[in-house]
Design a protein around this ligand. Structure first.
Ligand SMILES: Cc1cc2nc3c(=O)[nH]c(=O)nc-3n(C[C@H](O)[C@H](O)[C@H](O)COP(=O)(O)O)c2cc1C
Length: 202
């Protein structure tokens, strides 16, 4: 059973989170991660003019862009995005807006879906980003999955992560490392999506 990990990342933080979510998926027998990015919408001139963006994009140059077949084939989906003014990034929204073909055919119905997010600041909107993303995901008929408190790191995280989903505080310069608690919560989401996807397919 494939778990689609589809993400957008400007500076690389969400990319690194996606790798941790994939580790969680791969820890479950019978599940494998399909690792995909969404298309960039910013012009090359903007990216080339910013060292952080250039490094972030270079990291991901070999990651395949997601296709409709990736969505169709997935038994579960993890969606990663940086927070933009408390919401998902337009690059990710653009991808969801292109799912209307699959939506009209009911192809995404009953697939479990979880979100993971990165913010610059601690209270910059990780929870609002996930909760505001529920509307399109429910329209698509997907089943929202978070990370419950059996994941002990939810009690101790000094960075990101909540029952709504994994989070990372990247800092004002986008260079704060993903810490141990944030990492554990990322892995927990991947593992949970894999297990739920397998149960739903049974
Ligand atoms: C237009 C814009 C809006 C942003 N809005 C927020 C915000 O509401 N809260 C916050 O903490 N960070 C905000 N940020 C910072 C990003 O969330 C941060 O750069 C991102 O989490 C880094 O992830 P990445 O390395 O995967 O790109 C914003 C950044 C941009 C460019």
């Amino acid at each position: 059973m494939k778990v689609l990990i589809v993400y957008y990342s400007t500076f690389g933080n969400v990319y690194h989170m996606a790798k941790l979510v994939a580790e969680g998926v791969e820890s479950v027998a019978g599940a494998s991660a399909a690792f995909r990015k969404v298309p960039e919408l910013m012009p090359d001139s903007v990216i080339d003019g910013n060292e952080g963006m250039k490094k972030g994009h270079a990291l991901q140059q070999d990651v395949p862009v997601v296709s409709d077949d990736d969505w169709r084939d997935a038994g579960a989906v993890a969606i990663g995005t940086p927070t933009r003014f408390g919401n998902m990034a337009s690059q990710m929204k653009n991808q969801l807006d292109q799912l209307s073909g699959l939506w009209m055919q009911g192809e995404l119905e009953d697939k479990p879906v979880g979100m993971f997010v990165s913010t610059a600041s601690l209270h910059g909107g990780q929870e609002t980003t996930i909760l505001s993303s529920l509307a399109p995901l429910l329209h698509l008929g997907m089943i929202p999955v978070g990370v419950p408190y059996s994941t002990q790191e939810l009690f101790t995280t000094q960075g990101g992560g909540s029952p709504y989903g994994p989070g990372h505080v990247a800092g004002g310069n986008n260079d704060r490392e993903i810490d141990a608690e944030e990492s554990a919560i990322c892995r927990a989401l991947g593992k949970r999506l894999a297990n739920i996807g397998l149960k739903l397919q049974a």
